[in-house]
Design a protein around this ligand. Structure first.
Ligand code: FPP
Length: 247
């Protein structure tokens, strides 16, 4: 069985899971965070090279203040408590998205976790935080325009690889498998550019019910797909992004 090099997950359905049990929505996020730990561990065991979790979108700020605060508290708890485990599992931690609007404590802990895991050589674990795919494209277009303006780049240099290299995700290959739970079948502004050739797996399970065996099912399903990348026969994967040289 082939393990996808990059699995990206839209963890959806926490609120509905809690409502079904007559609990407040935030209770679903608490369970959801626990499931996130289990899935991270399973991905390490399965030798997944890259795992990206969509943990907070640019649209999630529209939620009630107490829900946003709880999500930030869960994040703080994770970043404080799991740092040792990240190192134990040789995980290299990253984030994508704009951290500037996140609480100061979260920003500091993100830097601390990124720093303390930077020499690890195992799985890349990326939290997408205050992330939106369109914003990521806008930011990279702005950087390209700046570089053209200052003669560091010529417009004739613009191609797929160049754009890849300006995206925040430049250090990782495109996601081969995108999983979304809770029977919703949308991308919701996640990895808009990077998902060009991704395989999608939609699970009926609400995120707090998603288990390592559901992850295995998704990978088995991925293995049954015939990935042609626009061609007709045996696939060649599309070119992988270059390392981000633009900070
Ligand atoms: C979607 O459920 C989930 C989120 C908006 C946040 C995901 C966050 C976690 C799983 C917890 C924190 C994670 C880590 C890794 C510490 P929803 O609220 O949109 O559910 P609904 O669609 O049923 O309302």
């Amino acid at each position: 069985m082939i393990t996808p090099r990059h699995i990206a997950i839209i963890m959806d359905g926490n609120g509905r899971w809690a409502k079904k049990r007559n609990h407040q929505r935030v209770y679903g996020h608490i369970r959801g965070a626990k499931v996130a730990y289990d899935i991270i561990k399973s991905c390490v065991e399965l030798s997944v090279e890259n795992l990206t979790l969509f943990a907070f979108s640019t649209e999630n700020w529209k939620r009630p203040q107490h829900e946003v605060s709880l999500l930030m508290t869960l994040l703080i708890k994770y970043l404080k408590n799991e740092q040792k485990k990240l190192n134990k599992y040789n995980i290299r931690f990253h984030t994508i998205g704009n951290p500037r609007l996140l609480p100061k404590e979260v920003q500091e802990l993100l830097i601390e976790n990124i720093e303390s895991t930077k020499n690890n050589t195992g799985m890349n674990l990326t939290f997408a935080l205050n992330y939106g795919g369109r914003q990521e494209v806008i930011d990279s277009v702005k950087k390209i325009a700046e570089d053209i303006k200052h003669n560091r780049l010529d417009s004739s240099d613009i191609n797929e690889q160049l754009i890849n290299s300006y995206l925040q995700s430049a250090f990782m290959p495109d996601p081969e498998l995108i999983i979304r739970t809770s029977n919703e079948r949308r991308l919701s502004n996640f990895f808009l550019w990077q998902a060009a050739y991704s395989e999608f797996y939609f699970s009926d399970k609400l995120w707090p019910d998603f288990s390592p065996s559901d992850l295995t099912k998704a990978i088995v399903d991925f293995n049954s797909r015939n990935r042609r990348f626009g061609g007709l026969t045996e696939p060649q994967p599309p070119p992988q992004p270059m390392r981000n040289i633009h900070g």
